[in-house]
Design a protein around this ligand. Structure first.
Ligand SMILES: [Zn+2]
Length: 261
């Protein structure tokens, strides 16, 4: 089996982010995926792994900002145009979600109610490992994870409403599968990365700042073969990756104009 795909691999850093994944009663924690074993020296330890939620939304917002900057009308995240009291929900430069007759560039990439998205965004789960050296069977990203018990209300020094929040800090990588996109759509997405600002909640309080470090566009070839070994069929997977070089990232604009004309 041979499969070829195209992937944008993005490296970023956050000093502190709270992806606000799961809420259990008054606790807002990151989405726990489970525990995995890791080996340090001769010993086996367990570590909790978490999911970074919100990467796709972060990317969608970045893409909206780029389109807005270029004066290209695209889908907003809201399908409603205004609230009952007349408050407008759709800023200038956007149309309600999925309302474009000819799908706009955002809808072509991120989909709408009826159309599936043509990209997928994913990241290896994050984990906090205190040992310097570690070995795991599955791919994880090592970051710093911290939890804090906070008190929102207290009465004569006794907490009457406390809650727990989780954060992570560190370098992280995420990938966008762009196999189904045209060259121009990939370029649009690449430029969108420059507009990435925050991930998760609490941005007014300074949480979730994301610094984009670098990215690469890869052509990845996965070759899977099966071999009988010791009475069972063993699957062997080989992965080859090479960089795809694009020049003139910004020329998606002119080509898009020509397509729309
Ligand atoms: Zn649209």
């Amino acid at each position: 089996m041979k499969k070829t795909k195209k992937q944008l691999v993005v490296r970023a850093f956050t000093p502190i982010a709270k992806p606000l994944n799961a809420s259990i009663q008054k606790n807002s924690t990151m989405l726990l995926l489970g525990e995995i074993p890791y080996i340090n020296g001769e010993k086996t330890f367990n570590t909790k792994v978490y999911y970074i939620k919100g990467l796709r939304g972060m990317l969608r917002h970045a893409a909206m900002s780029l389109a807005q900057d270029c004066g290209i009308e695209v889908c907003h995240t809201s399908e409603k145009t205004e609230l009952k009291d007349g408050t407008k929900l759709i800023p200038n430069g956007f149309h309600p979600f999925g309302a474009c007759d000819t799908p706009c560039i955002l809808r072509r990439i991120f989909g709408s109610f009826r159309e599936e998205s043509r990209i997928s965004v994913y990241a290896d789960p994050i984990t906090s490992i205190s040992h310097k050296e570690y070995n795991t069977d599955v791919a994880v990203q090592r970051v710093h994870i911290l939890s804090e018990n906070r008190i929102a209300l207290s009465y004569e020094g006794i907490p009457i409403q406390d809650f727990r929040e989780s954060y992570f800090s560190g370098y992280f990588t995420f990938s966008i599968d762009v196999t189904l996109l045209t060259k121009e759509e990939i370029k649009f997405l690449m430029e969108s990365l420059l507009y990435i600002e925050t991930l998760g909640g609490g941005k007014n309080a300074g949480y979730g700042q994301v610094k984009l470090l670098d990215f690469d566009l890869l052509k990845i070839e996965v070759i899977k073969t099966v071999k009988r070994n010791n009475g069972i069929y063993k699957v062997n997977e080989e992965i080859e990756a090479e960089s795809i070089e694009f020049d003139e990232i910004e020329d998606w604009r002119t080509i898009l104009d020509a397509l729309d004309a």
